[in-house]
Design a protein around this ligand. Sequence first.
Ligand SMILES: [Zn+2]
Length: 303
Amino acid sequence: MSTSMTGDSATLGNTIAGGTVPCSMLFVHAHPDDETIFTGATMAHYAALGTRVALVTCTLGEQGDIYVPELAHLAADQADQLGGYRFSELRTACGLLGVSQLRMLGGAGRYRDSGMPGTSGNAHHRAFGYTDVASAIAELADIIVELKPEVVLTYDESGLTAHPDHVRTHHVTMAAIRTAADPARIDRWEVREAYAPTFPRGLLEAGQVRFRASSENPFADVGELGSLPFVTADGLLDARVDGSPHAEAKLAALAAHATQIRPDTWLYALATNLGIEPTGVEYYRRLPLSTLDVFPESVAAGP
Ligand SMILES: [Zn+2]
């Protein structure tokens, strides 16, 4: 990457797994489309290098908005069929990104999209962010033992957004990594490293300056960077994955999630204004595995 948009992070030397190519990687996301938005280029990058790339998605995203007018009737408060439709979108995206294994946690439909905090979806008996966390941990631990990923990627403790399913996905994943490695298990697997996607502060600051006067400013709604959970100071980034040769695949996978991705989304605006390469560069913080025994009681018990 030579564009000035990369800021200091262009010099970031580290990459996932110390620059080696893992045999197996597992991505854990909350909803269909998160895999593409946050980690799509990384998936395609490692799949192209021969890594077995697996994805666990925790819910079908039933509470999502619908940006295809003729499919509006699928919504949760109408036919309530969005989840099944999004599963087909997810399968298409996975094909485009080279994902060889797609699993729905607990089986498709086991856990439901909780919706944003304070919405009616929170109260559903299958709402992932508020339901039986022990089952989710056990189910994910079994998948980890089966697939034996050296590297797991999921959100950090902020969930990147305020969505309760994202925050729950982080805690479930970290607990499942610990559970899978439990010496008391007959079949066990120790994940070597875990990473969470993030966005470099320098990159976003440069974008805010560059697009300040533009009517197509993809950063217009970003707001004060210091207060955003998905922004990391450049000096605290742990890995940068240059999947720019796969930026086209990432954009195609985004398009596959047509019900969720607005035609004027910031990702498309960036690609239009800067060329598609920056869309394919993704940044990560390492999630420390040494603190895995610190599992918040409030999460274990649910809200
Ligand atoms: Zn999500």
